[in-house]
Design a protein around this ligand. Structure first.
Ligand SMILES: [Zn+2]
Length: 446
């Protein structure tokens, strides 16, 4: 995927670094097989990978893309399921997704705004979306991005997560950031490479920083900030992390990803920011016991990257990224009760008490404006938020103590939703909060 307003501009900026070449030397007509073959060879030179057949290729219009997204959404969720409704309401009670859209609709609208091309591993097919405004250099770079995904597919990267499915959205985001990070870095590097420029002379740190700031700016403006973040941070965070390792010679391509996959985005964002190595420091409490009549339907870790959306958009913290870097753990548990009532608890741990204080103060201020929130400091480093889609969460959890579970059932993204949600389980029940936000694009790689 080329982030239309972020990555494409970055590609053009990189192309302009350190040379005066005519762009016709580095771009080619991506619908011609000669151009595709040439790019495929360039990509293999840059990151390795076996020779082999080119993937299939097609071009569709924006309208056709919209039609396919809506059809895929229809196939997945003919109508919003009870489980989907519960998750949507939980995210809406945190103000993270729009009040007037289903998660699927938000995913379609973000995809239409941002996606330039995608690769479908099951069909070995690159699809490019025809857009009037496409710059030929950016189009060439986008094609290289998708060809990286084709090579990743040939290396078995999409056969399943190494060592099983990651337990939470943060782990999934970390893995996807590596996969997209490699493709995005090659997308950026292929143009100077084709112009015979040394990659070392490109001001990469400035470029990565600019991309991150651009994504943050889009999140500030997006009507579906969590969906946008889920879809876009992978490119900015991942290309920075992958690119630095690539340029250091320590990570050449995605086969290394299988060994180096950090189970959280925390080590990636900390390293990108030049901080000392950071690791998850588990919460003091286990999973809270559900209120009477309620059942757990989602149990997830958002991680620093998705938590950032809450810090920036909902709490309006100016240096939200700096605070996100102080994130050390979180757990979001969603409960479904009688008559499909939805409640949630979200506990966040920070590296130091100063960060916990800032979060807790801003949370308390925001809670006074809402009658469905209840925020409390829970020790020196942790802060707790309880919320309900309607009604006062204090009726469910009278004090913060009742929200501190004894045992520690492992993070579980596959709760038995069908026990509280009527009807047979659908395929989407198997997905976690994070993947769910991607909606109909779940099985393609933008
Ligand atoms: Zn991609």
């Amino acid at each position: 995927m080329c982030r239309r307003s972020v990555l494409c501009l970055t590609v053009v900026a990189v192309a302009a670094c350190g040379g005066e070449d005519d762009s016709s030397d580095v771009s080619c007509h991506i619908s011609r097989s000669g151009c595709q073959r040439q790019l495929f060879d360039d990509v293999r030179q840059l990151r390795g990978g076996n020779d082999g057949n080119l993937p299939d290729f097609r071009v569709i219009s924006v309208d056709e893309f919209r039609g396919e997204l809506l059809a895929a959404q229809d196939k997945d969720d003919k109508s919003e399921t009870c489980m989907d409704r519960a998750l949507r309401r939980s995210l809406q009670s945190l103000d993270l997704v729009p009040v007037d859209q289903t998660l699927g609709d938000a995913a379609v609208s973000v995809a239409l705004q941002t996606i330039a091309a995608f690769y479908s591993p099951e069909d070995d097919l690159v699809t490019v979306i025809e857009r009037q405004e496409r710059d030929p250099v950016a189009a060439t770079a986008v094609m290289a991005h998708e060809l990286v995904h084709a090579l990743q597919q040939r290396e078995g990267l999409f056969d399943g997560f190494p060592e099983g499915d990651p337990a939470d959205s943060d782990g999934t985001m970390a893995y996807e950031s590596l996969v997209e990070g490699e493709a995005t870095f090659v997308e950026l590097a292929v143009i100077p490479y084709r112009a015979h420029r040394a990659l070392e002379v490109i001001p990469w740190e400035t470029i990565f920083e600019r991309m991150l700031v651009a994504v943050q700016g889009e999140i500030e403006r997006s009507s579906a900030p969590l969906t946008y973040a889920q879809s876009s941070f992978r490119y900015a965070v991942g290309s920075h992390y992958f690119g630095r390792h690539y340029l250091d010679g320590g990570m050449t391509n995605s086969s290394n990803l299988l060994e180096s996959w950090p189970r959280s985005t925390l080590p990636m964002v900390a390293e990108n920011a030049g901080r000392s190595p950071a690791v998850v420091e588990p919460l003091r409490c286990g999973r809270p016991v559900p209120p009477s009549g309620y059942q757990v339907v989602a149990d997830d870790r958002l991680g620093p990257v998705l938590a950032y959306v809450f810090l920036q958009r909902v709490l309006g913290i100016e240096d939200a990224w700096v605070l996100a870097l102080q994130w050390r753990d979180d757990r979001l548990v969603v409960y479904l009760g009688p008559e499909e009532k939805v409640a949630l608890t979200w506990r966040v741990r920070f590296a130091d008490s100063e960060a916990a204080s800032l979060f807790s103060e801003r949370l308390a201020a925001a809670a006074t404006e809402r009658d469905n929130w209840y925020g409390e400091r829970a020790g020196a480093l942790e802060v707790l938020l309880a919320a309900s889609f309607s009604g006062d969460p204090r009726d469910l959890w009278p004090t913060a103590n009742t929200i501190c579970g004894d045992g520690d059932p492992p993070l579980n993204r596959q709760p038995k939703a069908e026990q509280v949600c009527p009807g047979p389980p659908t395929a989407s029940h198997r997905l976690g909060l994070g993947r769910r936000l991607l909606g109909p694009l779940d099985r393609a790689l933008p």
